[in-house]
Ligand binder design. Sequence first.
Ligand code: WQD
Length: 342
Amino acid sequence: MNSQKVLVTGGAGYIGAHTTIELVLAGMEPIIADDLSRSNRILVEGIEKIVGRKILFYQINCKDPAQLREVFQRHPDITSVIHFAAFKSVNESVQNPLLYYQNNIGSLLSLLQIMKEFSTTRLIFSSSCTVYGQPDEIPVTEEAPFKRAESAYGASKQMCERILEDEVKAWRALKVISLRYFNPIGAHPSGLVGELPIGVPSNLVPFITQTAIGKREKLTVFGTDYSTPDGSCLRDFIHVVDLARAHVSALQKIDKLSNRCEAINLGTGIPVSVLELVKTFMKLTGTALNYSIGPRREGDIEKVYANPEKAFQLLNWKTKLSIEDALRDAWNWEQKLNHAAY
Ligand code: WQD
């Protein structure tokens, strides 16, 4: 029986690479389309070492309909698409909003145009909890209203979800699941695939591991004057492998959902503070992390974590890996990266 062919745009990226692995393990056939502008071929090599076979990979600009069309012409049996290809740095998007609107919205519009040409009707969209802004109620459910996004990144994800809702109404065959990630962290336990921040990481965990390995002088905890138990922000940190597995579940369930356009939170439902995470990392790894307390970071929200119930109900999925697993895997990856010649 031919395995289901899935186009994974941005599949050489952090979450895309981990998802590609899980697709192979689930007996599907992923095809990666990625321009490598924010990633590196070493992740494709890492995927291939883990799954023990070559992965179809096209280095293309996913904003260009002509280049996307060529991939579909070579593989007209693509049944589904997982769309990761987007930029995701909150602060970069504040500095350069047009880059984010052109890239994140442009790539989705081109993809939908070509999917329609080839009657490819299943789409899993990579969305984000940033669409909520600072929710009035936490844990946050999918029914929470979109607040005004704090950044062009968050606004681009809100606009993409709106585009998908409208297109599902117009194109009666299209089925969409938008997966709203909370804070993905960690790496593949093999240490062959993980996060590859370009330049100085803005996200917490890569900054922690780079500080621990000596690439960064010191970690700054951005504010401990929030109204939280220890004063630092609360987040929902989810292991990237759990997150990847949710994409497989979404593909397996998409034809069975009663709604053709669903949004689903992907989180643990367990709030963890920045300081708790830092202390857990130090305890786990036996490293004395050099960190200090600094002022709040512009645009940060105080606390956000998921109500994960809908994912369990609709996808029969919930997180299985702990924050300790994620930090251990992140540290293992950082140490392997440090020894490699990347
Ligand atoms: C987490 C906490 C910082 C760095 C991310 C992604 C976004 C979206 C949601 C997927 C905050 C604190 C950080 C540092 C710190 N994910 N921090 N020192 O801002 O929650 O957003 O998750 O779409 O794309 O960016 O993640 O890791 O930047 O920050 O104290 O050096 O860690 O203040 O409270 P954030 P983050």
